[in-house]
Design a protein around this ligand. Sequence first.
Ligand SMILES: Cc1cc2nc3c(=O)[nH]c(=O)nc-3n(C[C@H](O)[C@H](O)[C@H](O)COP(=O)(O)OP(=O)(O)OC[C@H]3O[C@@H](n4cnc5c(N)ncnc54)[C@H](O)[C@@H]3O)c2cc1C
Length: 479
Amino acid sequence: MAPSQVIKDLQQALPDSRFVLQGAEDYDDLNKVYQSALNVEIRPSCIFLPKSKEEISAFLKHVGPHALSGEVSLAIYGAGCQPLPGCANVQDGITVNLSFLKGLAIEEGRVSIAAGERWGTVYEELGKKGLGVAGGRSAKSGIGGLALEGGLSFHSSRDGFVCDSVLNYEVVLASGEIVNANGKENADLFRALRGGGNNFGIVTRYDFPTFEQGPMYGGSVYYFAPSFPEQIQHLVDELQKPDASKDTHLMVSTGYAAMFGPQMMCQNQLYHNSPEENPAVLRPFTSVSPQLDQLNSMRVLSLAEAAKEQAGDSPVIQRSAYFNTTLKADASILQEAAEIYTAGLEPIKPCEGLICSLTLQPHARSLLEASAAQGGNSLGLSPADGPLVSVLLLTYWSNQRDDAAVLETMESILGSIKSRAAARDQLVPYTYMNYAFTSQDPIGSYGAENKAELQRVSKRYDPQGLFQKGVPGGFKLFP
Ligand SMILES: Cc1cc2nc3c(=O)[nH]c(=O)nc-3n(C[C@H](O)[C@H](O)[C@H](O)COP(=O)(O)OP(=O)(O)OC[C@H]3O[C@@H](n4cnc5c(N)ncnc54)[C@H](O)[C@@H]3O)c2cc1C
């Protein structure tokens, strides 16, 4: 059956107003909702905007056989913040846009979040009650990408990955059945969802534990490249302490943007979970000198304000791509990675609109211990591996004609960093799914045993492989 006929049938089976077809007045606005222009350029035949889990169930029952036979492809969109091309949009297919699934229920010690919410709203609502949750750092970011792929929060050193905190996933399976996955019900699915991406179903609600959350101290400090090695050393020193702080969020970056001139600039994004101004643990990072004082945003702020600052202003949608790897917390290899990055950027600096950074995000030992204590996930990391540092290559640029140059340069820089780290026994075989590009293999990086378990769970809950064959975007479990 032609995709257009599949869509016509769906319009008969479900309220017609839920379907926005190419050419409709609001189609372009609804397809302009991605963080990266690489995803905006993908044009589905139809955008499906369900208003309930029952509508998603009916949709999957109708469309499943057609997606399995290759007549139409599907994509699942949370809030479109993952730049990976095609992970949440599909050319000529049907994109299931979850933005209308709204609502939060705050109960004793728990918040239940509908799949179309964004972290900013969650923090605003919880903040009114003096509560917080270990979610994404950007107010604009969706719930799904983080709760299903790992997720780094302001509280990761204390609470583990975002997916580790999830208490319950409400999921519409390939069959259309709506199930809960938690520590007791469908426990194998629960564990698989913690890091397994969009491979098992469409999640409609996430339950998280809440905690008391008062004001924090945090923000950004900007400085110059000659101080970066010293900042890397401070980062590693803190991570290697036997009593490294669990209340601290450290993220250090070096990068390039033409507006700052030809030299590399550096940024520390620092948070401490108490209102104490400039606590001792942050001072090595806040006192870096010289710095651009006029850009320093360190202050006492709420969780919602911190997430708002992280989201930044809404820039014109740029082309963007993420690549990543993970290294051991060793100052010398991290410094070498920064040098490889700085030298490797030279050929693409003339590309219009280039803004890029190498961002180091620690996975303290306490993060990995918190993962294990909450039942574990699919990611294949253990406390014995730590402390680790996630190395993210984040790039924005303006023009399609520069795609090949930018992407090849990033591939090459990543390859050099990984081979140097491997040669020095500092490479960790873990790739963070959220920050991975198409050429990377995060699920393979979880290890053979974890991958085999994810495949087993997929066969149990989706025996025909709807979320493998019919939802091609993202990282899949079978070749
Ligand atoms: C400004 C900014 C800040 C960021 N901050 C952080 C951060 O603090 N920590 C961090 O770890 N990462 C961060 N990231 C990366 C972020 O984790 C990803 O962008 C994340 O995937 C966003 O989630 P989303 O729901 O918006 O994703 P989308 O792009 O909509 O989806 C991502 C993937 O998840 C799947 N998916 C989404 N919802 C569902 C669902 N309900 N059911 C099944 N599959 C679903 C999609 O199919 C897709 O494969 C940031 C990105 C940006 C642009």
